[in-house]
Design a protein around this ligand. Structure first.
Ligand SMILES: Cc1ncc(COP(=O)(O)O)c(C=O)c1O
Length: 377
């Protein structure tokens, strides 16, 4: 799915220099390298504050806690995401309320969110936590209108979307506060666990800084129950180096996505969708959004058989995500059942992510598409 060694090889020396700076200064937790990364990240995203932390999961929790969301309150999110999008809400002491996705872009649908807000579950909702899934931003004008009209906070889960844009505004600069993950498979990746919270609000940023250090504003004086959610110096150093390359890497991902599109069309495999009948439905870039193709996800009939067939050809593919959040054992207490979110459930049966990363070669993409053509023949 992803060959990180190809990204690493050309920047090996730069990374070693950056890591040695941490060793020389012995600033292993936050420190100068993290501060420099935070400054450069904020400039790149066009936000006032970018705050490094220990993971994307902690970034989500920090964003929720900084916004003061907790017990007795609810947050709307998508059932079709990584578990942390919902578990972070529970960890903040609030209740996740789910709304179905749009079948075309797999993101939370503004129409279903509005319907949930009008339902009894909507009464306690204080925030929306949409996910820019696979590297494509949510339908921002619709969400900002809902938030404005109903006085809700928007917390972006931008874990998969470094560099994605809506009409020129970057993910992480759209909502009130946002969370990024730098997990090694993410398009901007650390050499371990790391994450970031971004916001244009001075007040929220101040709270995030306090909460990521055990609720301390002054050393050993704890104003609130925070947590240890700090970024370590080595990750800040690595991310500072990679930040310089991310625009180019995202550009290469866009080229690779275009190539997949062309190859699938040339192979005569493409159906218009949104659901596949005999061929594949390709992922779409919604007008207004700039997709960074963190994942290239097709829909296919007999998806599991295709997945297995590709594996026999030594071609990796992945299912993000095979079981929607409302059907997860750990989230049973939310009281949802099978059938509650038909679009998410259908997507879980049909989606298949194909290898995509900046250094993926054209001949490798040809091999992937040829194998899929063989399967459908
Ligand atoms: C959509 C989404 N949200 C949250 C996370 C959590 O990030 P992390 O793994 O860095 O804790 C991830 C990544 O795994 C993710 O894909």
């Amino acid at each position: 799915m992803l060959d990180l060694k190809r990204q690493y090889a050309p920047i090996h020396d730069e990374l070693l220099d950056a890591l040695s700076r941490v060793l020389v200064t012995q600033q292993f937790i936050l420190g100068g390298e993290v501060a420099a990364f935070e400054k450069a990240a904020a400039e790149q995203l066009g936000v006032s504050h970018a705050l490094g932390c220990s993971s994307g999961t902690d970034a989500l929790w920090l964003a929720l806690a900084a916004a003061g969301i907790g017990s007795g309150e609810a947050v709307i999110t998508t059932p079709f995401s990584f578990f942390a999008s919902a578990s972070s809400i529970l960890r903040a002491g609030a209740t996740p309320v789910l709304a179905d996705i749009d079948p075309v872009n797999f993101n939370l649908s503004p129409a279903t969110v509005s319907a949930v807000l009008d339902s009894p579950r909507g009464a306690a909702v204080r925030a929306i936590l949409p996910v820019h899934l696979y590297g494509q931003t949510i339908d921002w004008p619709s969400f900002s209108q809902i938030a404005r009209e109903r006085g809700l906070i928007i917390i972006e889960d931008a874990a998969q979307a470094w560099g994605a844009e809506w009409n020129g505004v970057k993910a992480g600069a759209l909502g009130d506060i946002a969370a990024f993950s730098f997990y090694p498979t993410k398009n901007l990746s650390a050499a371990g666990d790391a994450g970031m919270v971004t916001t244009n609000s001075d007040a929220l940023a101040e709270r995030v800084k306090m909460l990521r250090q055990h609720g301390m504003r002054r050393r050993y004086y704890h104003d609130e129950i925070g947590w240890n959610a700090r970024m370590d110096g080595f990750q800040g150093a690595v991310l500072q180096v990679k930040l310089k390359y991310i625009d180019g890497w995202n550009h290469s991902r866009r080229i690779a996505a275009k190539r997949y599109h062309a190859l699938f069309h040339a192979a005569g495999l493409v159906e218009s969708g949104p659901y596949p009948l005999h061929g594949v439905v390709l992922p779409q870039e919604v007008p207004g959004s700039k997709h960074v193709w963190h994942q290239y996800v097709i829909r296919a009939p007999r998806r599991d058989a295709l997945h297995d067939f590709l594996a026999t050809r030594a071609i990796a593919s992945e299912i993000y995500y095979p079981l929607p959040l409302h059907q997860q054992e750990a989230l049973k207490s939310l009281g949802y059942k099978e059938g509650d979110f038909p679009e998410a459930e259908r997507a879980a049966r049909e989606v298949l992510a194909l290898p995509i990363f900046p250094e993926l070669r054209e001949d490798e993409q040809q091999t992937v598409v040829a194998a899929i053509a063989e399967f459908f023949s």
